[in-house]
Design a protein around this ligand. Structure first.
Ligand SMILES: Cc1cc2nc3c(=O)[nH]c(=O)nc-3n(C[C@H](O)[C@H](O)[C@H](O)COP(=O)(O)O)c2cc1C
Length: 147
């Protein structure tokens, strides 16, 4: 059984709702999951495995509720060696070059911090998926197989 901490970046609630569904799914498969509310550096350091679920706001920006943690991680460099990390990015391809910009920033950061990325980041396009969970469910199955 794995223990997974979810770190969620959300402005209007899409990523938050998705995280609740993902949490249930993880638990149904016999693992434990908690959503870090609010997401803090201590929770990053204490997490066995980390799953980031973040929308993108502004022009490729990280939502305000997750930004302080990401800035702290960028400045304090809490190494993620030995921890499995997943990144799910919500975005909208009509934003062009900034599509899923927050998720891309987080993905780069966790790799710099030496997290173990077993599945490539999933980018979920709101233009294709009205309900993001339909895109995330198969990705999550594959990600959980690594535990
Ligand atoms: C003001 C605003 C700016 C956005 N900027 C981007 C962007 O730069 N890139 C992107 O891929 N999506 C962008 N989006 C789309 C959101 O990431 C997408 O709608 C997401 O599902 C919102 O999830 P949330 O409710 O958890 O914040 C933007 C949405 C809004 C309302």
């Amino acid at each position: 059984m794995a223990s997974i901490t979810l770190f969620v970046g959300s402005v209007f609630g899409n990523a938050e709702n998705l995280a609740e569904e993902v949490k249930k799914d993880i638990e149904q498969q016999g693992h434990s999951a908690i959503i870090a509310e609010p997401p803090t550096l201590e929770q990053v350091q204490g997490a066995e495995n980390l799953l980031f679920i973040s929308s993108t706001t502004g022009q490729g920006d990280i939502p305000d509720n997750l930004l302080p943690l990401i800035l702290q991680m960028q400045s304090q460099f809490p190494m993620l060696t030995g921890k499995t990390v997943g990144v799910v990015a919500l975005g909208d391809s009509s934003y062009g070059d900034t599509f899923c910009g927050a998720g891309r920033q987080i993905d780069t950061l966790v790799q710099e911090l030496n997290g173990t990325v077993t599945e490539p980041r999933l980018d979920v396009d709101a233009c294709e998926h009205f309900e993001p969970y339909e895109a995330v469910a198969p990705w999550l199955q594959k990600w959980l197989q690594h535990f």
